[in-house]
Ligand binder design. Sequence first.
Ligand SMILES: [Zn+2]
Length: 752
Amino acid sequence: MDRALCIHGHFYQPPREDPWLGHILPEGSAAPSRHWNERICRESYTPMARARRLDGAGRIVELLNCYEWMSFNVGPTLLSWMARSAPETYARILEADKASLTRLGHGNALAQVYHHVILPLASQLDKELEVAWAVADFRARFGRAPEGMWLAETAVDTPTLEALAAAGIRFTILAPSQAEAVSDDGKSWQGVDAGSLDIRRPYKVPLPSGKPMAVFFYHGPLSQAVAFERLLADGEQFFRRLSGAAGQGLLSLATDGETYGHHFTFGEMALAYVLDQARSGRDGLALTNYAAFLEAEPPRRFARIREASAWSCAHGVERWRSDCGCTTGGHPGYNQKWRAPLRKALNLLKSRLDAHFFDVGKPLFVDPRKALVAYGEVMAASLAPEAFEAAHLAPKLPAAGRGTAWKLLSMQAWGLSSFASCAWFFDEISRLEPVNGLTFACRAMELARATGMADPEPEVTSILAEARSNEPEMGTGRDIWDNLVRPRRETPKTLVSQALLQLTLEDRLPPAGETAEAVWPGVAVAVRLDDPEDDARPGTARIRYSLETAVEELAVRYRPAQTADPFDGCLSLTAPGGPEEGFCLRDVGLPVNKRQSLADAFARHAEETAFAAMLSQAARARKLVTELQEAQTTINLAPLWLHLWPGLVWHDVFDLPLPEKRAALLRLFLLEAGRNSPVKAALEARLAAETARRAAEPDPDCRKLAALVKRAADLDLHPDWWAAQNALWERRPFAGCGGGMVELAKAMWFSV
Ligand SMILES: [Zn+2]
């Protein structure tokens, strides 16, 4: 197979969920998005799934699903967020793997180490879990076994490759600098470096177990050029560079997924151009993926890897445990001496958790280790909790024992989550990533204490005290623990308070005797309030964490705020057998991002309510809109009618346009007063979303939608039709609706 080309994209975000709520809290640095998953998804992962290919006139020729034509891996924790929060993009990724499987006999998707843990630094148990859980997750999503696995930071050593091989993985991808020596016969070896290594074919890596393992090495300089040399600025230039470098065998590039779109705006369009040129066979190039190439050309030569090496550290894997000098830069005076104590503290915690798991788990599980491995299938939802219990819990275990067993499993998962590599990658311990890692550790500790372990916190935090932040006011790792990590801890008090605040703010407090639920992905709080006559409403609250069987039930008395400030509400809680504890919501001390989450939930609800009310007012008002008189929009009408304008436009666009002379008033208003107006921007976003929704309906009125697009332009409104274009693209070929679909496609900038 000559002139074969494979571009690999590594799509990854560290786990960001609050480990109690299972929900990503607002991250200020991700503005204008709510958090980084949302931001990178909007800028990169989603555009990649629907990259625009344009003709010379700037009209859309195709929406290319790049994932269908490139090799890729997406981290399990990112995919589980995407399945919930970006289902369209998620569906395109699964589709892409299926389409490539049909085309090449092997799917484009690779699995990825579950929590993006640096495997050479992980214990044998953790290696096995990270790989097994990744395989389980991959099988559940893609409906097939993974053939290749992406290693976090391509960090590798022989035990890591053994762990992959033991799980049935056939290959991985490494940087050319990670090859130490090559051999034709496995006996006489020749030393190599990144410059002298022949990367055109895969190699066999001899393993002590004798199991097969193949390694591909990517093209270093070209992969670097995509990231740092503006290759994505011009698709044609990018293609020529690739074509010039291709030759015998395989040319493969390994790139970070967020390069396309996030680091480089419209980078996905340059990539789409290249993929389109290559798939059409220009210059004799043939697009393939690693597994297909492996089948066509099984490795004949051998390679020895550089033990404990990675693609993003010149010092082995020191970047994830010492002050090796590798950082992302930006803060010249900073040091990374904090990395060592952070690693040491988390290693110590995990070793304590492991001992506790096997000790307490011995009578609870048939085989604790097998149960822990199989827990990956429960997290992937391919094994029902009941089936897991039947297979792995000791027979006839009482409810308390089952509750403990599930808590132990969850404890181990959070313990592993704390090792996500990003905590060490950057230059400062008080950043979001290390704080998240420590928060996962905090959650694991809580579950450890709840299942009877001696509190590991003093020991762990005394090691953290050895870590110094580069920001003097942040102090040591222990200060960061006390000030940034511990305040995030949820208790029944904070959970029930947040649930009641949310229900109050969304007008969902239940009537007497009924139950309402505040649900986060990780935990649900069900509240029942009994006596409506009593203004300190008594009732119960039930807390249940997902993937746990234990339910915590508390008696509550809730007195909603008598003022406009919901934090003036008061609550008292009584746990079974415990004393009653009364407090005001203001004194619960929720951290800022949890308060912001509540505020956002309220703002969403309030905006929906206000918009609906305004629409009904505007429906009446539109009957009264008069013909345009001079200066009306700026003098007498503007201030008075301002809040009705979005509703008037909405009815005009979606229902019945006003006669021309009266519509002139709307247009003039939008032209004059609407320029740079946030009200207009919000209206455009709403129009775009509603149009996309209608275009995705089973039987859309295409002519009406086409008229709507035109009408919006007439009114000087310019919604982003991205989502509507995507919905329409799903319906191609553009026939149907009696020709109305062609009309709509033209209106939406398709070349038809
Ligand atoms: Zn380094």
